[in-house]
Unconditional design. Structure first.
Lengths: 225, 301, 301, 225
């Protein structure tokens, strides 16, 4: 699905990430962890083509990101669900339309998927807030909406950056279950989080691998969690 | 991105979904409408000015600039002979299309304002007048004067061109100024719409980021903005044109005497020309916003 | 909020810290500059038009509108007597300031274009001309004509007013139109700056939220925006005025013949008037942005 | 310091908070918890005068918020440090200037406080990022900057909304210590969070009271934590 080969990245100063090789196989479930500022968000952005590596090769669905046109990237994004750390919405459209946005943007009929949309909104507990505008949501509600938007197209890959940073424990378990379900349907999942208890809880449901960024490298974290 | 002029039609057809993803951006929208309306209003006036001064230049040029007068001031008994001599001379002058002596009745009409209508011209040593119509290239006034001096001592060439040419030239210059202003106004409108579109796009960086995140192509994003701004410019320009034409109709009608100053207005089919203004505004806005969108999307990449 | 006009001075002094907290807002800034420059450019032209047509109206009004001619067409022996009679009659006519018979030399000069300079007027039955200067209120042309008909059978009143009045009126109308346009341009600039300021403020809702969160007063926030926009309008208007005056200088100079059309320009101390344009623009921008800021801050409360 | 008396609040629909009476005494340390969407952020906004109660009375430093002019609110804010859930910065100014913003906005000389600023930046681990613009920060870095900005004026009251949602455990302990230090200097502190382990950890250092929002009411949470 997504392959990083000897990838390095720098925002202009020193290298933030060096010589990183990661392969997200189809149907795999990964956590990405590491201290604040280590580069979790940066690595995720490399994985969905929002940043181009300063060295090495990133392949998404087999295609080298550096060879892509902007419209190619747009088409790839339709097969990926991304949850940003700072959730971004169209503030002038109600939550329900924001969640359905991937459908409209790719020219599909949002009406046809209405049943799915309703189910999903119910699962993340936003049914009552469906017609609210994003600025009228609470922090946790926004995060749930972002996750719902990421999975509405049932994409091949879900990349989620701190999807549970602002929700309480019960809700974080619900959101995790949603991602586990998708994984069981064969989708690839990568979750960046600093919350080790979330990772521990997930291990009960799913065979997850934990990647840890430290000192500009990615290591496979062991049983020390 | 595929945003050629051919898409202008497809644009009008519309896509309600794509429309919704771009926020209304209240004040930038009003600014665009307002700028387009103002510019269209001005365009209507400068167009009217150009057309009116074009008419003026044409009229003066045709009727007046090409005629001169020769006055035969001679004792009563030599007048007829000298007139004959002058007419013969004019026949062989390059650049003279035709020449004829005025009849007594015509001269009387000309002099009436000064001398009253009851003059018996035969009895008076009033000069005979010859009207000379120039060929399009005109004649060499100095050369003609010299030849007349030699052959027809009593002839005086009164060259209207000397009087009229600056007026005609001024009218031409005014017309050129009018067209130049129209062009400048079009450019100004283009610049304003471009800046407004840029401002709107820059203010909507987050909207663009979200749309990209969910897999919208740049064409889709650009089209939403371009459509919005083109329609706004069209609407604004239509309002401005309507107001401009209404103001034009409300202007005091041209009296004959003051026509140089108040004759600004449309005549006949010229009334159709200002109707092109909104169309041109839409095309300018379409091109300007398209360029702005392409640039912003490239920068935000 | 304390944003009275008196603060305009304090504003110019500046506060670098307050300046930094408002982002440059690139395109809205350029739009404001551009709109101010365009409007100032136009204002310079309409001002010039107003002043020029004012001059024209004054000249025509003074020199021409108030003079008429009476022609005494009579047999040679009765001319002097009838002229005398007409002059006496005019002395007792209300609205006539003065009247005098032209001398032979003057009449010769008038007729020279038509009859040549060598006429012996004494020997001709040429009418005698009387120049009548009206009092400011003018006289009753119809009444005068009737009285002349009764008492001086050979007198014909040639009333220039009939010819000139519409021209003077047209010039007056043009001047009024010019001032009206200047006012409209000022309003347009005010509207554009207001809209641009609103757009900038709306786009900076987050900046305002942050500043409020850290305890900035509304006066502080408003002043930062108002200062930014006032200086921009001042700068833009200065550029536009300079360009407008340069264009005015570059215009072909008024030839005598074409002065009606090309005499648009400033004369003497009138060149100082357009220098007021940037100042007025700054005041308009100051007032407009202040209102916009107060409104937006109230709405975002 | 801050008193809520029989306060109710509604955003227009049904009541979100009803009949709430809370008193934050000078020098007290409070946590505010409750499920996502319960009204934690709303209650905080009532406490710093960003929202006016639909019923009841809110008094800040003894003054009724409903009787205040906008400039009065501005002056009160200078005695309060607030951390928003979605951290808001001036994106065109470097982080250091953003943190010093409360000083400049109240007309104080930021230069004089430079030593304090440097200490604070070091404590929250932002020394190296001092000249970066806010959009160039990681999620956790932004949260730390927001907390630093809230305490730079050493305000009488600190109100922090999920100040540790995006940082790892070690960093959250550092941030907590900062607030505990302030509390020991006599400042009043209120932290809204869904993270119960943070509350448990705090109890070691400080006598904290825990308020819990449930069913539109605020209860004092007991030993069940
Ligand atoms: N656009 C940028 N320009 C410059 N530096 C950046 C930019 N974005 C991020 N950085 C820096 O790169 C580092 C890694 O950022 P990143 O967002 O990847 O961290 P993270 O692991 O996601 O941290 P957190 O857990 O706090 O979200 C940080 O120090 C950050 O300041
Ligand atoms: N401006 C608003 N207009 C309408 N409803 C709002 C507005 N702001 C918040 N709400 C609603 O009020 C409820 C409480 O919101 P609040 O932000 O206080 O929750 P919270 O306890 O902070 O939740 P979280 O832990 O998710 O941040 C939510 O359901 C939210 O959707
Ligand atoms: Mg991150
Ligand atoms: Mg909240």
């Amino acid at each position: 699905m997504i392959e990083l080969e000897n990838v390095a990245y720098s925002y202009g100063g020193g290298e933030l990430l060096s010589d990183i090789s990661v392969k997200l196989a189809p149907g795999s479930f990964h956590f990405l962890t590491g201290p604040s500022g280590a580069g979790k968000t940066t690595l995720l952005k490399l994985c969905y083509g929002a940043l181009l590596p300063t060295a090495g090769v990133v392949r998404i669905f087999g295609a080298d990101v550096r060879a892509m046109q902007r419209d190619d990237v747009a088409h790839l994004r339709r097969r990926m669900g991304v949850v940003h750390q700072d959730c971004q919405f169209l503030n002038h459209l109600p939550v329900a339309e924001n969640i359905a946005l991937p459908l409209t943007a790719s020219g599909r009929d949002a009406k046809a998927a209405e049943a799915d949309l309703d189910d999903l909104m119910a699962w993340v507990g936003l049914t009552e807030r469906a017609q609210a505008l994003p600025p009228e949501l609470s922090g946790g509600e926004r995060q749930r909406a972002a996750l719902a938007r990421a999975v509405i197209m049932s994409p091949d890959v879900v990349l989620a950056d701190e999807p549970t940073g602002n929700v309480d424990w019960d809700m974080s378990q619900r959101l995790l279950r949603l991602l586990v379900e998708l994984n069981k349907m064969g989708k690839t999942v990568l979750i960046a989080t600093h919350d080790l208890s979330l990772i521990r809880a997930a291990k009960v449901h799913v065979q997850a691998r934990v990647l840890r960024i430290a000192n500009r490298r990615v290591q496979l974290a062991g049983a020390d969690l | 991105m595929n945003l050629g002029l051919g898409n202008l039609g497809a644009l009008a057809a519309g896509d309600t979904q794509a429309d919704r993803v771009v926020p209304r951006t209240g004040f930038t929208a009003q600014l665009t409408l307002f700028a387009a309306a103002t510019m269209a209003f001005l365009a209507v006036f400068t167009l009217a000015l150009s057309l009116a001064s074009g008419r003026l230049a044409a009229r003066w040029g045709d009727e007046l600039a090409r005629s001169s007068t020769i006055r035969i001031v001679a004792p009563q008994d030599q007048r007829a002979a000298q007139t004959e001599a002058a007419l013969r001379l004019l026949e062989t002058t390059r650049g003279v299309q035709s020449a004829r002596a005025l009849t007594d009745a015509e001269q009387q009409a000309l002099l009436a304002p000064w001398l009253g209508p009851d003059l018996a011209l035969d009895a008076l040593p009033v000069p005979r007048l010859i009207e000379v119509i120039e060929a399009p290239d005109g004649f060499d006034a100095t050369g003609l004067r010299l030849r007349l001096q030699a052959e027809v001592p009593g002839a005086v060439l009164d060259d209207h061109t000397r009087w009229r040419a600056p007026l005609v030239q001024a009218a031409h210059r005014l017309r050129a100024l009018g067209w130049l202003s129209t062009l400048l106004i079009a450019l100004t409108m283009g610049a304003m719409v471009t800046l407004a579109a840029h401002a709107a796009l820059a203010a909507n960086a987050q909207v663009i980021a979200v749309l990209r995140l969910v897999g919208a192509t740049d064409t889709y994003i650009a089209r939403a903005f371009v459509r919005r701004f083109t329609l706004r410019a069209l609407g604004g320009a239509a309002i401005g044109t309507a107001l401009g034409m209404a103001a034009m109709l409300a202007l005091p009608r041209a009296s004959d005497a003051g026509s140089v100053l108040t004759g600004i207005g449309f005549q006949g089919w010229h009334w159709a020309i200002p109707l092109l203004v909104p169309l041109l505004a839409a095309i300018v806005a379409f091109a300007a916003t398209g360029a702005a969108a392409r640039r912003t999307l490239r920068e935000l990449a």
